[in-house]
Design a binder for this molecule. Structure first.
Ligand SMILES: [Zn+2]
Length: 314
């Protein structure tokens, strides 16, 4: 059956309001955010907004039939998702389903033909997660023969908190965060908690273990209101990497963790042709300036230099 997600991009739409309310009401941001998320969840279950993840065998008309009880209402979904060719949807694509009450009326003449069932135009990464590695190992930034840096060991853990990039290949920068907690497993659990509505693509534990929560081609929810080099909404075009750290300025980032980050950033920078200068911290992009301090105490210049050395770019 269909799974329905609550499409709350907490980072983009809620955080600033939460921060303002926290100041006004003398609460912590966490308290206010938790209240917000409950409100959003209630609103969604009341039918104000829904998303749907395309499954094998779906077509827009079938989805319209499922949500609206009328296959001919599929143009509502088509328009809401800027889909030019209704037969071009793919497994794993997340569609916004507008509420029925707000829907434009169905075109009456002529009734458009139902689109054919979709053929997945590309592999379906959701259903083929990266095979977990049996033994945690500190990834090595050793260059692979004949190409870029070797892919480090990555454990796929998943998270439901993502949506589609406008273009799957729009990946031009990397944002480094710290988790403000002390455990990789805690992060994995939180990013899988339906109440969290936050995620990142990767988290690196203090021992250098790398977990992946969201596929690169998808848009994880880590940056919030943000800007980099004049372009807003950094979630649209970045990969997010979390470092397990208390973010108090005193908690160290062990060398195993740093080396894993170097290996991961070098691998990703090579794969997506990302400039080393476009590896930055959350604090560098958050709006308004000063909203974020992470990754506090982490030497981003050293990271950029070490990545550049692996890539041979400097
Ligand atoms: Zn952050």
């Amino acid at each position: 059956m269909a799974t329905q997600n609550v499409p709350v991009d907490m980072d983009d739409t809620t955080f600033q309001t939460a921060a303002n309310r926290a100041t006004g009401e003398g609460k912590t941001i966490s308290q206010v955010v938790a209240e917000f998320l409950m409100q959003y969840a209630e609103g969604a279950s009341a039918g104000t907004m829904t998303t749907y993840t395309v499954k094998r065998g779906d077509s827009l008309s079938r989805i319209a039939a499922r949500f609206y009880g009328n296959a001919r209402k599929y143009p509502i979904i088509q328009r809401a998702n800027n889909i030019s060719n209704p037969s071009r949807i793919w497994i794993g694509q997340v569609l916004v389903i507008p509420p029925v009450g707000d829907s434009p009326t169905t075109p009456t003449t002529p009734p458009p033909p139902a689109p054919p069932p979709p053929t997945p135009p590309r592999p379906t990464p959701i259903s083929t997660p990266i095979v977990p590695t049996a033994t945690p190992s500190v990834p090595s930034p050793t260059p692979a023969p004949g190409g870029g840096p070797q892919k480090p060991s990555i454990r796929w853990t998943g998270s439901p908190h993502f949506n589609n990039r406008r273009r799957p290949d729009d990946i031009t920068a990397i944002v480094i965060h710290s988790t403000a907690n002390d455990s990789l497993e805690g992060v994995i659990n939180w990013f899988n908690n339906p109440n969290a509505k936050v995620s990142a693509h990767f988290t690196i534990g203090k021992d250098g273990q790398i977990a992946q929560h969201v596929q690169d081609m998808h848009r994880a929810w880590h940056a919030g209101r943000s800007v980099w080099k004049g372009r807003n909404s950094c979630n649209d075009y970045t990969l997010g990497i979390e470092l397990v750290n208390l973010n108090n300025g005193a908690d160290p980032y062990p060398d195993a963790q740093h080396q894993a980050n170097v290996a991961l950033c070098a691998y990703l920078a090579h794969k997506y042709n990302i400039s080393v200068d476009d590896i930055m911290g959350h604090l560098d992009i958050a709006l308004p300036p000063g909203r974020k301090s992470d990754p506090r105490g982490y030497d981003l210049d050293r990271l950029r230099n070490d990545v550049a050395a692996v890539l041979g770019r400097r």
